[in-house]
Write a protein of this length. Structure first.
Length: 245
């Protein structure tokens, strides 16, 4: 019987070599993919550190009072001559900020190192009534932020209470316009024989009023009236205030 030819053995060796090369190639691809993924994660982390994500800027307007617990509605009700507080966040750090209303410049300010803004500006005494936008332009980013305000007419004396719903002992702002300029004012809870004095103050030279009042802690829940008087005479029609239990 003739000896066996070595062809079968050689073919087996070739098959094993091919499998080995294929396995190494597969492992090489996996290693390459892993390195690429790690590199991509590194790039993302580096970009985040170099250019941290910043949310859109936020703008708020309120009457210029020192009590941060008072919540004002939107749009903010104002009269010409009142002072408003303009606060914003996430502006250009240390950037120039221009504050205006209806296209009229009110003030220039500089954003804080953290990108915040806290400024008090006076509204023009001749500001026409109607809806208006108070604007904050960030020179660094080129963005303009807007906040709606409702400008009341000065042709008729009037007051408002903000907010219009409070709990006993709560604080609110009594604001008004169209009043006699530069006169002493007393603000009363439930004007009449059982009235409770809340605050004394003075109108501005534009006939505007802006006073923080504090409700008595023992005031009864329900609908009450807030009035502003001068020498015992009403300066404007009283407005309603709801006291919650």
């Amino acid at each position: 019987m003739p000896p066996a030819r070595p062809g079968g053995h050689t073919a087996g060796v070739i098959r094993r070599v091919r499998r080995l090369l294929a396995e190494r190639s597969r492992r090489g691809r996996i290693a390459s993919w892993s390195l690429a993924a790690v590199a991509l994660v590194g790039v993302v982390v580096a970009l985040f550190l170099l250019f941290p994500r910043r949310d859109d800027p936020d703008l708020r307007v309120a009457l210029a009072v020192n009590d941060p617990t008072i919540v004002f509605g939107r749009p903010l009700v104002v009269w010409p001559g009142l002072r408003v507080r303009v606060t914003a966040t996430r502006l250009t750090r240390g950037g120039q900020i221009a504050i205006g209303v209806r296209g009229r410049p009110l003030a220039m300010a500089v954003a804080a190192p953290d990108g915040g803004l806290d400024a008090v500006v006076a509204l023009p005494g001749d500001l026409p009534p109607g809806p208006a936008s108070l604007t904050v332009r960030d020179a660094g980013s080129g963005r303009t932020l807007e906040a709606d305000v409702e400008v009341r007419a000065t042709s008729e004396p009037a007051i408002v209470v903000q907010p219009g719903r409070l709990e006993p002992g709560g604080a609110a702002v009594v604001a008004g316009g169209g009043l006699p300029p530069g006169v002493d004012v007393t603000v009363w809870l439930d004007p009449g024989p059982s009235a409770v004095l809340l605050r004394e103050g003075r109108t501005t030279r534009d006939g505007a009023l802006q006073l923080v009042v504090l409700l008595p802690a023992d005031v009864q829940p329900g609908i009450h009236a807030i009035g502003a008087e001068r020498d015992g005479e009403p300066l404007a029609p009283p407005v309603a205030l709801e006291v919650r239990p």
